[in-house]
Design a protein around this ligand. Structure first.
Ligand SMILES: Cc1cc2nc3c(=O)[nH]c(=O)nc-3n(C[C@H](O)[C@H](O)[C@H](O)COP(=O)(O)OP(=O)(O)OC[C@H]3O[C@@H](n4cnc5c(N)ncnc54)[C@H](O)[C@@H]3O)c2cc1C
Length: 506
């Protein structure tokens, strides 16, 4: 089933306790700081029905139409389709939003891969994850991610400080568990459900812990409170800050003040092995859509920088061309990782098709770790005028307009209003509060940089380089290695085998 924008709006008008700027929000769908993102999410739902876009966003199976973003990936085409669906949305809305569902739903597929681990704990839990993946397909909820607790003093065990610093179970009942604590969750105030699980933790030797709990939280549950950071929308005119006013994804500290989680929503409980498993592969699928956002951001930076260089006639300078090329190298580096991750995709333990893990995780490090430098380069290319240009009101006011028309009209093709608009876009993308927030989002929202590198360490095939160096150095066979293949070879061999199998099937 696919929902409409109106159905989505109705679903979040459930009396939830949302606060922003110290005030209780009456209706999250109409509040000026939430409305722009609620409208975009509603637009994505409506695009699933519109003739021009439904082909890119939905698929039909057994007479039922479902969202491509929610489809379990089984074959390469599923990944091309997902990539196209995300592009279709971002191009339609004319900007970048990340936490709108396609980027978070994949976290549940990672747990689906851990059904063996869940079965060891309790077979009911593996039945629950299958049911939830099915539910997402058929009910089309807006699904977000909850990992990060306030955490408190990391030098102390949770039991030695306020125990709520990490979310934990306080009681078991016949109908479910009662949980207490808090999580940071982007978009939770206007979403339907969140896959909630422990943050990165060192469980030591403990096999069981009240803190090792994972569940799907219905965000309309009683006793939840959503305390949001102040939004960017409405702070300054939309003409001057076009991104802040339309694409701010409001982050929330979600308070769990003794919230009942029904047993059917519990995905694991008390077993640290399950918690460790999910942390080891949480972004196995969802990193793809996350990194894809960097690609779109790179496009926006390149576009703004190149337009500026063309407006000012600087695009013919070799030094300027080299800087533009550096941006292009960054963009194409991300593109290459994403494309190769699909082309060399791998089977998961549960039989799903994962993007090639080494390429995906190294691509995430490339995209996120270089972003600040690329933003700085784009800022440099756009020039100091992005932060000294007067606002739209000054361009319209009778006394100042003639002067600004004179100095901002570059030639007959580039009139003052277009130059002002381009500089406003560049300022909001590179210099504003929103720009800093987006950079921080890419740095942290899918775990911090050290965890990105840890994922590379777990997924890169170290044996290939060892083997190569072993031979070059003439090391003895006392040096034992698993394989004689390089990491690239391993993926390429799999690709060849699949091609041969496909040809045989034809
Ligand atoms: C814009 C934004 C949106 C977010 N959205 C979500 C969301 O939707 N859902 C969600 O669950 N979370 C979300 N987060 C939270 C995000 O996952 C955390 O910020 C991130 O996991 C880091 O946790 P922390 O902020 O508590 O930093 P800390 O854990 O305090 O870490 C700070 C720094 O300390 C160092 N450090 C800490 N521990 C280690 C270690 N073990 N090894 C090496 N270095 C270490 C690193 O330099 C690290 O960057 C969001 C964050 C941001 C900024």
């Amino acid at each position: 089933m696919i929902r409409t924008g109106a159905q989505y709006r109705d679903s979040i008008r459930d009396g939830r306790a949302v606060y922003i700027g110290g005030e209780r929000v009456k209706d999250v769908t109409t509040h000026p700081m939430f409305k722009p993102l609620v409208d975009i999410r509603a637009r994505i739902y409506d695009m699933q029905h519109e003739a021009a876009t439904r082909g890119a966003l939905t698929f039909e199976k057994d007479g039922e139409v479902n969202a491509i973003a929610n489809k379990l990936p089984m074959v390469q085409q599923d990944w091309w389709d997902k990539r196209r669906a995300t592009d279709t949305v971002l191009e339609d809305i004319g900007g970048i939003v990340t936490r709108v569902g396609d980027e978070t739903v994949g976290e549940m597929w990672s747990l689906y891969d851990g059904q063996d681990v869940l079965n060891e704990v309790d077979p009911q839990f593996s039945a629950n994850i299958r049911a939830h993946i099915d539910h997402v397909l058929h009910a089309d909820p807006f699904h977000v991610s909850a990992n990060t607790d306030p955490k408190g003093d990391r030098s102390k065990a949770p039991q030695d400080q306020d125990p709520d610093m990490l979310l934990h179970v306080v009681k078991e009942t016949d109908v479910g568990i009662i949980v207490r604590g808090a999580k940071y969750e982007t978009a939770a105030a206007y979403a339907n459900q969140a896959f909630t699980k422990p943050t990165i933790a060192n469980w030591g030797n403990a096999a069981l812990s009240d803190y090792a709990v994972g569940f799907v939280c219905d965000l309309g549950s009683p006793n939840l409170k959503f305390i949001c950071r102040t939004g960017f929308a409405g702070r300054a005119p939309a003409e001057d800050y076009p991104l802040s006013n339309r694409f701010d994804e409001v982050d929330t500290l979600v308070i769990f003040d003794n919230v009942l989680i029904p047993w059917e929503n519990v995905l694991f409980y008390r077993h640290t092995k399950a918690a460790t498993f999910i942390r080891s592969c949480l972004h196995r699928y969802s990193a793809f859509a996350f990194v894809q956002r960097n690609l779109k951001l790179a496009d926006m930076m390149i576009g703004a920088a190149l337009f500026n260089a063309r407006q000012t006639g600087l695009d013919k300078q070799q030094a300027v061309q080299e800087k533009l090329s550096t941006l292009a190298v960054y963009r194409e580096g991300i593109n290459a990782h994403l494309t190769a991750a699909i082309a060399l995709a791998e089977r998961s333990p549960a039989g799903l098709l994962m993007p090639n893990q080494s390429l995906l995780y190294t691509g995430r490090v490339l995209a996120c770790s270089q972003l600040h430098e690329m933003m700085h380069l784009a800022r440099e290319l756009c020039g100091g005028q992005i932060c000294v240009t007067p606002d739209a009101a000054a361009f319209a006011a009778p006394e100042t307009k003639p002067w600004l028309d004179k100095y901002y009209t570059v030639n007959e093709d580039w009139v003052a209003d277009d130059r002002r608009r381009l500089l406003a876009l560049a300022r909001d993308m590179l210099n504003s509060d929103y720009a800093g927030h987006r950079l921080t989002f890419q740095l942290f929202a899918q775990s911090p940089p050290f965890a990105h590198l840890a994922a590379v360490h777990r997924n890169f095939d170290w044996d290939g380089p060892l083997q190569f160096a072993k031979k070059a150095a003439g090391l003895s066979d006392k040096v034992l290695l698993d394989t004689g293949r390089t990491p690239g070879d391993r993926a390429v061999n799999q690709w060849f085998s699949e091609q041969i199998a496909d040809k045989a099937a034809e």
